[in-house]
Design a protein around this ligand. Sequence first.
Ligand code: CAA
Length: 380
Amino acid sequence: MNFELSEDQQLLKKMVKEFAQKEIAPKAHLFEDKHEFPRELLAKLAELGILGMTVPAEYGGTKTNFLSLIIALEEISCISASLSVIVSVHCSLFCYAIQKFGSEMQKKKYLPKAAKGEIVGAFSLSEPGAGSDAINLKTRAVRQGDHYILNGTKSWVTSGSEAEASIIFATTKKEHGVKKLSAFIIEENFPGFHISKIEEKMGLHSSLTSEISLEDCKVPLENRLGEEGKGASIAFHCLDGSRIGIAAQAIGLANEALNEAVRYAKQREAFGKTISEFQAIQFMLADMATLIEASRLLAYKAAYLRDKGKPFSKEASMAKLFASEAAKKIVDQALQIHGGYGYSKEFFIEQLYRDARVFTLYEGTSEIQRLVISRHLLKE
Ligand code: CAA
């Protein structure tokens, strides 16, 4: 058993950390404050090869292994959780889905541009009435000769308003009362594709989240991703991987919350000494650090299994469940250590507290992760 990252992974971690501190940190809060999509920062990440990390070299990418992507997402999230989720969706949902299930034409058309950051990708499964119950989609796709006509509303789409192309899931038929889904690559300029709303969210303000309305949206047959009726398998297979990415996002943010708490505890004085000298504070810091380490081990193990081509769905859900719930506790304790100042926008912990709240919700709630884990246990 080896707990060391490879030399390449250590170099990557160092490179992304330095890059994030130098290039992302000075600007991330400006995009966050203005609720503005950080295109400029994405362009820099593209130059570094990060946006092509799930794209094979023959399509212009920098694909190595999945653990490396997880390491990069964690480092980006230490500085900007918004940027981390944008990159995660682009790499582990959009690019990965096309790389794994796409036709040669789709790979050649979308992957080189996505790897270079010339297009940003989104992934749209949820609907206003179908979040956890993801099969139960109202959006319909009806085949008419050499194209499909899609009608419906998709919601909570990360980067939906900014993406030049999105993978969108719709029902194509019903078999024995169960809806069968299909996946489509839909470009922003396809007729009938509209952004109907940008959500006003509690946190992750520079990661724009939108509602998409499809009104007789005409999609060429060649833009169906994978076989008709296999959409659910495509969606859940891709989500298995990207849930490890959300665990990494939670770990990076939680680590930053711990750093903020340590910094504050070492300089804030009460009762004649710094508060870091009180055992109540020390124990909170110890618990936070232990939760982070356990989250990281779960996430790295899930990524390792995936890289080895072994089953990893249960472990991905465990990593996502544990890391997202841990991050929620960690930001709460870090804010507690800041006392009243933690409630003020002057301190970064206020933003981290808000940003972390979504981790137990998106890409499958904690309840859905428990459902996936327990289904595996009962099957094994
Ligand atoms: N890998 C591959 N295929 C899978 C799979 C997996 N892990 N899990 C299920 N499938 C397949 C099944 O084999 C079945 O295939 P067929 O139709 O070919 O028979 C199909 O998917 C349906 O499977 P189930 O019958 O098990 O489906 P279910 O209705 O019981 O639901 C669920 C399972 C786990 C609850 C699922 O609905 C789920 O994960 N829900 C949560 C959805 C979710 O995570 N949404 C996140 C939205 S995306 C997002 O948030 C991105 C963002 O922008 C940040």
